[in-house]
Design a protein. Structure first.
Ligand code: ATP
Length: 437
């Protein structure tokens, strides 16, 4: 169950802003919370959807060579034998004999418990897959697993996608979906949770071309974070050394982000060679080779994988955007989210709740909401309303005032500079729509 642990002051502030503004809540909070499970509130679901949409557009809509897929979470148990997860998806676990806290043996110094100094048990392996039962009988034969990654759904559907799409190698399959891992030490808010979403793409290539495509995808994926507005100095590459490489990987690089709790992986780019298709061929008895018509030969393509987390991606955009800005008289908390992923694109305010201003503001609100997500607010002083929108990351605030009633113009306040300029109501869709697209 939920354990209250202070993460670090900056994360604490972000977590509390997320709760206050309706981005992220702890799961089952009224029952005391469920460890490492989080719910996305009204603004959070918009933000995460915008992150996912941006990925989907970059990886599928803008390309001719990648197809989409949405595979089931529950798969045939043999999939996990073939993939190596039943034998190998384990972490070494140690328990403290005194306080009973659990740790990943590879993350701590094994001399004594880091929380209470107590004696530790010997490490034992712990499989990270969640098990459940299919059908009404709880017996071994009905055990199924909650998928720990979305990738396997892509490999087993390689031929199903290839045939109707008439793609030719090189081509890819992309998928966004939930994955589950019974992590020993989840934490850091939505960074490491037991239920999370992945955005994965598997790119099938000729074995001889693997290095070329590996380099290509590294560059593409790095640039995607820049497109989201992430500061480049907060990103770096981490190359997996020989001792770090997963059993399936020929080469692997992580994109890391510098959080307040350190540099951490946010996405992996892997050269998986022909490991996956070879294993599924062997375990299913189905020939998963690709027939290259031009060369008149059959071969198992190599796979270049890009594997990102939607929740981690959402945490990155939140952490990167969060700022407590020192102003002349006070401090304002602002989320400098890229307008492209901000949950609300513009807020519309009447300066005061009289003289016909609310009616004009509501008309603007209803007109704009046909084009992008807008929010109407007439509660409290306008300065307070601006600050609420700064915390929500809303890039534009439109205010209807006395002058509006005379000349059909409004003020548009820009979140980052706080500058206000006057514009014709008729120009708002073009002015704002062009930037939030
Ligand atoms: P880590 O070393 O952080 O456990 P990993 O190397 O096991 O990660 P992968 O299996 O490569 O991670 O998963 C790909 C991506 O999925 C990660 O880069 C991350 O964005 C996301 N991810 C993995 N595990 C979790 C988790 N428990 N919670 C949230 N996101 C996760």
């Amino acid at each position: 169950m939920a354990k209250k642990k202070s993460i670090d002051p900056l994360m604490d502030k972000l977590v509390s802003l997320c709760k206050r503004r309706g981005f992220v809540f702890q799961s089952s909070e009224i029952y005391g919370g469920l460890g490492s499970c989080w719910d996305y509130g009204p603004l959070g679901v918009e933000l995460k959807n915008n992150v996912k949409r941006s990925w989907w557009e970059a990886m599928t809509h803008r390309r001719d060579d990648i197809e989409g897929l949405d595979a089931a979470i529950l798969m045939h148990p043999k999939v996990w034998e073939a993939s190596g997860h039943i034998d190998g998806f384990t972490d070494p676990l140690v328990d403290c004999k005194q306080c009973k806290h659990r740790f990943r043996a590879d993350e701590i110094d094994l001399v004594k418990c880091p929380d209470c100094g107590g004696e530790l048990t010997d490490p034992r392996t712990f499989n990270l897959m969640f098990k459940t039962f299919m059908g009404p009988v709880e017996e071994d034969a009905s055990v199924v697993y909650m998928r720990p990654e979305t990738a396997q759904g892509i490999y087993v559907n390689f031929h199903n996608v290839l045939q109707p799409s008439r793609q030719k190698v090189p081509f890819g399959i992309a998928q966004i979906g939930k994955a589950f891992r019974n992590e020993i030490t989840p934490g850091n808010f939505i960074f490491r949770t037991r239920e999370f979403e992945q955005m994965e793409m598997q790119y099938f290539v000729k074995p001889a071309d693997d290095q070329k495509w590996f380099d290509y995808w590294k560059e593409q994926r790095w640039n995607w974070y820049l497109e989201l507005g992430i500061r480049p100095e907060k990103l770096r590459w981490h190359e997996h050394g020989k001792d770090e490489l997963a059993h399936y990987a020929k080469a692997a690089y992580d994109i890391e982000y510098e959080f307040s709790f350190g540099w951490k992986e946010i996405e992996g780019i892997h050269n998986r060679a022909d490991f996956d298709l070879a294993r599924h061929t062997e375990h299913s008895g189905k020939d998963l080779r690709y027939f290259d018509q031009a060369a008149n030969e059959k071969y198992l393509p190599y796979i270049i994988e890009t594997s990102a987390g939607a929740d981690r991606g959402t945490l990155v955009v939140l952490a990167d955007a969060f700022e407590e800005e020192q102003l002349e008289k006070d401090t304002r908390t602002v989320l400098r989210l890229s307008p492209k992923i901000a949950p609300i694109k513009a807020a519309v305010f009447p300066l005061v709740k009289k003289e016909g201003m609310p009616e004009v503001a509501l008309k603007i609100y209803h007109d704009l909401k046909k084009h992008f997500k807008v929010f109407y607010d007439d509660g409290g002083a306008v300065g307070r309303r601006y600050r609420r929108m700064d915390e929500a990351g809303t890039p534009y605030c439109i205010t209807v005032d006395g002058q509006t009633l005379e000349d059909d113009t409004v003020t548009v306040r820009e979140r980052d500079s706080m500058e206000q300029t006057r514009h014709k109501i008729a120009e708002l869709v073009e002015l704002i729509g062009g930037k939030v697209g």
